[in-house]
Every structure is written in structure tokens, then in C-alpha cells.
Design a protein around this ligand. Sequence first.
Ligand code: ZN
Length: 178
Amino acid sequence: MALLPILNYPDPRLRTIAKPVKEVTAEIKTLIADMIETMYDAQGIGLAASQVDRHIQLIVMDLSENSPRVFINPKVTPLVEEKQPYEEGCLSVPEVYDSVERPKKVRIEALDEHGKKIDEEVEGLLAVCIQHEMDHLNGVIFVDYLSRLKQSRARDKVRKVIKIREKQGEQTADKQPQ
Ligand code: ZN
């Protein structure tokens, strides 16, 4: 397994529309395993393939820290008009958090990693998370829902965080004997 580099906002590749998965090949299975490992390493609860520059309809998620879930070719339909705010964050927009309103209850139709059908009506964090990840597959990022000012602040913040991380990376690299 391998850690995959995560694209950072405002990378234009994050705007790519994901294509459906035709078949769960060995290559897709490896990608799923790598995405799960990458999500855990980055301490995230969800990751869309778009975020690792693979533009196919694939999402991994773990809301309970020990049971990763896989959604292939997901379709998400709101079941209520009522929206609920939730403080969202994103591995592609590090250290930026803000409130986004989304429908409270949705239906998820998808396939899991074994090709088994998923058809669930969900609320709470799973409803928030699947809508956030679905957006990634459509080239949408949660900061798109915020004001222009907040979007510009998010870009500045991400730039700073990346700089700090690059510095830390260099330091760690120095310490590791080759
Ligand atoms: Zn995200």
C-alpha cells in the first residue's frame, strides 16, 4: 500500500468531473486500499478519488475509526428540504473549517468494494460527509458555498499551511539517513 499525494485547493484538477467506475479491477482495489491508508494518515473521515487526482466515482469514508466504507458510483438524493448547518473541513483545504448547510436526510445508492448494492437513507454525519464527498466527484469544494472573502482567506491559509508542511518535510528528510 502507498500514501497518495492529496491535491490542495485551489488546484484546478479538483474541478474535474469524475467518471463512473466500469469494473472493480485489481487496480481499483489497490487504489481503494491506498485511499483508505491516505485518509487515515491524514486523519480525515472521508476522501474522494478526485482529491488524489483520480477522476473516477469512488469515495472512501470512516466515521467510526475502524470500519472503512467504500462507495462506488454513488448517487445521493435529498429526502427532505430541511437543511442543517455543520462545521465542515476538507483534506484538500487543510486547517480551514466553516459552516455549510445541507439537506438533513439523503438516500445513498452505490456499490461497495465487493460490487454489493448499497441503498440507505441516512442522517447526521454520514449525510453531511457523503454530500461533501459527492461534491468532490462533481468538482465542487465546500468553500464554494462560502463568501468570496472567506474563499480568499481559505486560499491564503492553505498556502501558509503548505509552506509550513514543506519546511517540516525538509527537516524530517534531513534526519532520515539515506
Ligand atoms: Zn473534502
